[in-house]
Design a protein around this ligand. Structure first.
Ligand code: C2E
Ligand code: MG
Ligand code: MG
Length: 617
C-alpha cells in the first residue's frame, strides 16, 4: 500500500479544480455543476458500499478514504485529515497479526503497478479482512492504487466451524469404518471383512488358490470357567497374535466370535503348511497372570475346487473338517474330505431322532444293581437312560453327549429321575438302606433349579430324599460360578448323597477331593480294568481307595467284570461294586431277578474269599 515515508495527504471530499481563466463564465458554471454532480455521485457510491476503500496516489500518498474504511480500521478522521500518512500506516500495521508479511506484499505491489491482488488479513483481535488491490488508471496510465477491505470475520468463523465439523465427521467416519471391520478384543478383522475379502477372492482370476482355515480353540470354556474371563480374553488376544505371525501380512486373519477364528489365504502355494504352522504355534505355553496355560486348537481346511466355488460352501466344508479334527482328538488340523460329510449327516440325524424320541416318550430306563461288599447284598441301583431306535439300542455314550450339546439332556434327565422314582418307589420303600442313583449332567445343574425339581419329584413319588444319590462327573466343578456347588450342598443338606462318577478320567486330582461336596467316589472302570490276575501291584488304585476313605468318602468300583477284580477290590476295602459280574443294567420288570442274581454272586464271593482285607498300599 503505502511504503513508509512516501505518504501524502488528500482530503476525502473530492474537490473540483478551479479551472482555467480562458473558459467563459457560463461554461465554467456548467463545468462546475458537472463536477459537483460527479463528485457527489462518487462520494455517494463510496459511502454506500460496505467495503472500506482507500485510494493511494502514484506517489504513495493517501488520496481518498471512505467512512467505512475509517470505521473498520478504527482510525479517526482527524488523523487522516492531518496528512500524517505514516501515523495512519502505523495504526494499520499495529492491528495486524503479521504486519511484516503485509508490508512485503505491499512493497511487491508497488514494484508492479499494473498488478491486481487479493489476500486475507488476520487481525490480532481475531478479526479477518479480505483485501483487494487494483491499479487506478486514467487513460491507461496508472495514477494510483485502490485498496478495498471487507470484514469477513463472521463468514470466516462460520467457514472454520464448517471445516472443523467436516474434519470431525471424516475422523468419526474413519473410526466407524475401522470398528465396522475390526474385532474389538483382538484387533483382527471381523466376520464382515472376512466375508467381503472371501467374496472378492472368489471373484478373482480363475485358477487362483483360495483356502479357508477355520479354527476353534479346544476346551476354551474351561479356561474361562477355571481361570476367569480376563484370562480367557488374554488367551484370545495371544492366539490372535500367533495366528498373525503364521501368515503373510496381506492374509486376512479374522475372529468370527467366541473362540472361533478364520484365516483366508489367497494365492498360497501350500495351505497345508500354513495350517501345520498354526497348530504348532499354539503348542507353546501362554503365561497369564502367572499361570501357564497350554492352548490348543482344532483346524479345518477347505480349498476352492471345481465343486466348491462359493463362499458358503467353502466355509461349510472348513467347518465340517474342523468338527472332524475335534472328533479325531483335537489339537490338529484336517483337510476337508467328502467322507466327513457322512459323519455330519449322521450327527444331524441323531439330533433329530433324539428330539423325536424325547417328544414321543421313547427314552426308557434300565437299572444296574450295585452290591455292598460288607453287607453282601444289593443296596443300590443306578438308573441309566436307554434309547431304542428302530429296534436297535443306541449307546448312551453316543446320544448323551449329543443331548448335552442340544440341551435335550435336561428333559432326558428329568424323565429318568421321574421314571426311576416311580418304578422303584416300592423297592426303596421296602428297606430304608436301599437307594437309587441317577446321573446328572452339568447342563442340568446349570439351570439352577435342580434341587427343587428333585425334591418335588421325590415327594410326588413318595420317595425319601435320603434314598437318592446324584452322580456327577468332575467336570461340573470347573464352573467358576458357585451355583453348581450351592445346589449340591443344598441336596446334601436334605439327605441326598452325591457321588463323583468316572473318577480318575477328568482333570481333578485326589488333592482336590477334600474341597468337593461329595459322599462317594466311583472309580472309573478303566482303573478296574487294570486288575487282571488279581495279584498285580496297582498303587494308583490302592491310593484312590485309601485316600477316599481318609476323607470320609465311600468307594464304589465301576465295571467289575471278573471275580479277580471283585476279590482284589474287596480285599482293599472297596465299599461297593458294580459291573457285569453281578448284573447288566436291566428294565424295571426284571430288576428283582437281577438283584437276586447279584446277591448270589456277592454271597459266593464272600464264601470263597478270605475277607481279611490286605493293606491298601
Ligand atoms: P456311567 O454313569 O459311568 O454308567 C456306567 C456305565 O458303565 C453304564 O454304561 C453301564 O452300562 C456300564 N457298565 C456297567 N458295568 C459294566 C461292566 O462291567 N463293563 C462294562 N464295559 N461296562 C459296564 P451306559 O449305560 O452305556 O452309560 C454310559 C454313560 O452314559 C454313563 O456312564 C453315564 O455317564 C451316561 N448316562 C447314562 N444314562 C444317563 C442319564 O440318564 N443321564 C446322564 N446325564 N448321563 C447318563
Ligand atoms: Mg453313573
Ligand atoms: Mg461311571
Amino acid at each position: 500500500m503505502i511504503p513508509e515515508g512516501r505518504i501524502h495527504h488528500a482530503p476525502i471530499q473530492v474537490s473540483a479544480s478551479s479551472g482555467s481563466g480562458r473558459v467563459s463564465t457560463s461554461a465554467r458554471a456548467e463545468e462546475d455543476a458537472r463536477l459537483r454532480e460527479a463528485t457527489s455521485l462518487l462520494s455517494a457510491t463510496l459511502e454506500s458500499t460496505a467495503d472500506g476503500i482507500l485510494v493511494v496516489s502514484a506517489e504513495g500518498r493517501i488520496a481518498l478514504v471512505n467512512n467505512q474504511f475509517l470505521a473498520m480500521w478504527g482510525i479517526p478522521r482527524d488523523l487522516v485529515d492531518t496528512g500524517d500518512d505514516e501515523a495512519v500506516m502505523n495504526s494499520v500495521l499495529d492491528q495486524l497479526a503479521d504486519p511484516g508479511q503485509f508490508l512485503e506484499k505491499v512493497t511487491a505491489l508497488y514494484a508492479d503497478p499494473d498488478a491486481e491482488s487479493h489476500d486475507v488479513l488476520r487481525f490480532r483481535d481475531g478479526r479477518t479482512f479480505e483485501r483487494y488491490s487494483r491499479p487506478q488508471k486514467v487513460d491507461e496510465h496508472v495514477v494510483g492504487r485502490v485498496w478495498s477491505f471487507r470484514d469477513v470475520t463472521e463468514a470466516r468463523l462460520a467457514q472454520d466451524q464448517i471445516s472443523r465439523a467436516m474434519a470431525d465427521l471424516a475422523q468419526q467416519a474413519n473410526q466407524l469404518k475401522t470398528l465396522a471391520f475390526q474385532d474389538p478384543l483382538t484387533g483382527l478383522s471381523n466376520r464382515q471383512l472376512f466375508n467381503d475379502r472371501l467374496a472378492y477372492a472368489l471373484a478373482g482370476p480363475c485358477g487362483t488358490a483360495v483356502d479357508v482355515l477355520l479354527l476353534d480353540l479346544d476346551d476354551f470354556k474351561e479356561v474361562n470357567d477355571i481361570h476367569g474371563h480376563h484370562a480367557g480374553d488374554q488367551m484370545l488376544i495371544e492366539v490372535g497374535r500367533r495366528l498373525r505371525a503364521c501368515v503373510r501380512p496381506g492374509d486376512v486373519v479374522a475372529r468370527l466370535g467366541g473362540d472361533e477364528f478364520v484365516v483366508l489365504l489367497v494365492g498360497s502355494l501350500d495351505a497345508d503348511a500354513a495350517a501345520e504352522r498354526i497348530v504348532e504355534s499354539l503348542k507353546a505355553p501362554v503365561w497369564i497372570d502367572g499361570t501357564m496355560l497350554r492352548p490348543s486348537l482344532s483346524l479345518g481346511l477347505a480349498s476352492i475346487s471345481e465343486d466348491a466355488v462359493d463362499a458358503s460352501e467353502l466355509l461349510r466344508r472348513a467347518d465340517i473338517a474342523m468338527y472332524a479334527a475335534k472328533a479325531a482328538g483335537k489339537n490338529r488340523y484336517l483337510r476337508f474330505q467328502p467322507e466327513m460329510m457322512r459323519a455330519l449327516l449322521e450327527r444331524t440325524d441323531l439330533d433329530a431322532g433324539l428330539r423325536a424320541a424325547v417328544d414321543n416318550g421313547e427314552i426308557a430306563v434300565h437299572y444296574q444293581p450295585i452290591v455292598s461288599a460288607p453287607l453282601g447284598k444289593v443296596v443300590k441301583v443306578e438308573a441309566l437312560a436307554r434309547w431304542e431306535r428302530d429296534g436297535v439300542l443306541v449307546a448312551p455314550q453316543q446320544f448323551i453327549p449329543a443331548a448335552e450339546r442340544s440341551g435335550l439332556v435336561v428333559e432326558i434327565g428329568t424323565e429318568v429321575l421321574l421314571r426311576g422314582c416311580t418304578e422303584l418307589a416300592p423297592w426303596l420303600a421296602a428297606d430304608p438302606v436301599r437307594s437309587l442313583a441317577v446321573n446328572v449332567s452339568g447342563v442340568q445343574l446349570q439351570q439352577g433349579n435342580f434341587p427343587e425339581l428333585l425334591f418335588a419329584t421325590a415327594e410326588s413319588c413318595g420317595v425319601d430324599p435320603h434314598q437318592l444319590v446324584v452322580e456327577v462327573t468332575e467336570s461340573v466343578f470347573f464352573d467358576d460360578d458357585c451355583q453348581i456347588r450351592r445346589q449340591l450342598v443344598q441336596l446334601r443338606s436334605a439327605g441326598v448323597r452325591v457321588a463323583l462318577d468316572d473318577f480318575g478320567t477328568g482333570y481333578s486330582s485326589l488333592g482336590r477331593l477334600q474341597d468337593l461336596p461329595v459322599d462317594t467316589l466311583k472309580i472309573d472302570q478303566s482303573f478296574v480294568g487294570m486288575i487282571r490276575s488279581g495279584t498285580e501291584h496297582l498303587p494308583i488304585l490302592n491310593c484312590m481307595i485309601s485316600m477316599a476313605h481318609g476323607l470320609g468318602l465311600t468307594v464304589t468300583a465301576e465295571g467289575v467284570e471278573t471275580r479277580e477284580q471283585a476279590e482284589y477290590l474287596i480285599q482293599r476295602g472297596c465299599d461297593s461294586l458294580q459291573g457285569y459280574l453281578f448284573s447288566r443294567p436291566q428294565p424295571a420288570d426284571v430288576l428283582p431277578d437281577a438283584v437276586a442274581a447279584s446277591g448270589r454272586v456277592i454271597a459266593g464271593l464272600h464264601a470263597d474269599t478270605d475277607t481279611q482285607t490286605q493293606p491298601v498300599l
